[in-house]
Design a protein around this ligand. Structure first.
Ligand code: G3I
Length: 334
């Protein structure tokens, strides 16, 4: 008997994240970039070994996938969906309606309400329909509110009106009734005016019978800027009381411009990753924990902040960091 326990603990001690996640009935995912997926064997090897969920970092956004009025480019998205199928992974589609990375023919167009609504409906039906049955979750609307909890003024809200939110979910549901449809946002993970705005918006959509199934909490945080776990848990619980799933959808933890040695900062980073996964494990309907990339070698943050950083689970030589070990520890805790 003792050797059995020893074997099990040995297995757990070396099991990849996806095996530990399966044991806790959770999905563990990462955002995937098309180029390293195509070019780097180590990238593919670790992605397939450690994760059971992937989300395209950019390939399914409006601009990359629908660059011209009559032109779609599914090559990047197809490569990621194909990789996921080969390796028994689920897919989170990201994202159907956003105000960023739109093609010029949308941002510079002069469309009537009905014309733009028809364009968006055709986009959603074409993209969701192509991956019907192969994309389990969709970020239907991304970042539709501002930090004060009000509707963000975008080409969609300006030309179609606030009803673009409900229409987008309706069209996505028509295109794939089996997909679970999410609203996804940042800075609204804990309890604040933004998460209150998200809560009221999704409650209103649910009350109107709109097919929305979950809320994505992005969790782009830093050592000196992260919500209290108890607040994130309370926010998840009130969303779940509406009948919604929640997911941590884009986590990374910036360590730049924070005090302490690199080792001290990586240890604090690990604690933040640990505590966030632990609250997702504790929240009954937190169904997935996704990091925005998985190696410091490929993170959006240095391009955005123009400053080196080490925000993810593996370093830029693909070696596991304290943050990776912290997620393992969280999965292994009862
Ligand atoms: O692909 C083009 C390339 O052809 C061109 O040469 C190059 C230089 O202009 O740009 C490349 O596109 C860039 C793209 O990333 C792919 O690398 C875009 O300029 C750049 O804006 C884009 O940044 C992405 C950003 O969203 C905006 O879409 C980041 O990689 C991506 O990590 C980031 O992800 C977002 C989530 O979608 C939503 N939540 C916030 C998160 C971080 O901003």
């Amino acid at each position: 008997m003792a050797e059995m326990i020893g074997a099990e603990s040995h297995l757990a001690a070396h099991a990849p994240l996806r095996d530990l996640a399966r044991g806790r009935n959770k999905l563990i995912g990462a955002a995937v970039a098309v180029s390293p997926l195509a070019d780097e064997e180590r990238y593919r090897e670790i992605l397939a070994r450690e994760f059971n969920l992937v989300t395209p970092e950019n390939a399914m956004k409006f601009g990359p996938i629908h660059p011209g009025p009559e032109e779609y480019d599914f090559s990047g998205a197809d490569a990621i969906v194909s990789f996921a199928k080969t390796h028994g992974m689920m897919v989170r589609g990201h994202t159907l309606v956003w105000h960023n990375q739109l093609p010029d023919w949308i941002t510079n167009g002069t469309y009537s309400r009905d014309q733009l609504a028809a364009i968006l409906r055709e986009h959603i039906h074409t993209v969701v329909g192509r991956y019907r049955g192969n994309v389990r979750f969709w970020d239907v609307v991304n970042e539709g509110l501002t930090d004060d909890g009000r509707l963000r003024e975008t080409v969609w809200s300006r030309v179609i009106g606030p009803e673009y939110l409900a229409l987008a979910f309706q069209w996505a549901h028509e295109a794939d009734p089996s997909a679970l449809l999410f609203y996804n946002d940042y800075n609204g993970e804990g309890l604040n005016v933004k998460s209150d705005g998200i809560y009221q918006m999704v409650r209103s959509l649910r009350d109107d019978g709109v097919p929305i199934h979950g809320v994505g909490l992005q969790m782009h945080v830093g050592l000196r800027n992260h919500p209290r776990p108890c607040d994130v848990l309370a926010n998840q619980e009130r969303l779940t009381a509406l009948g919604l799933e929640t997911q941590i959808t884009e986590m990374d933890v910036q360590i730049q411009k924070a005090p302490g040695s690199i080792a001290e900062r990586l240890k604090e980073q690990a604690r933040i990753y640990h505590d966030t996964l632990a609250l997702c494990l504790a929240a009954p309907r937190c169904t997935a924990f996704v990091t925005w990339g998985f190696t410091d070698r490929h993170s959006w943050i240095p391009h955005f902040t123009h400053h080196r950083d080490q925000p993810l689970l593996f370093d830029d030589a693909y070696q596991p960091k304290p943050a990776y070990e912290a997620l393992r520890a969280a999965f292994l805790e009862e």
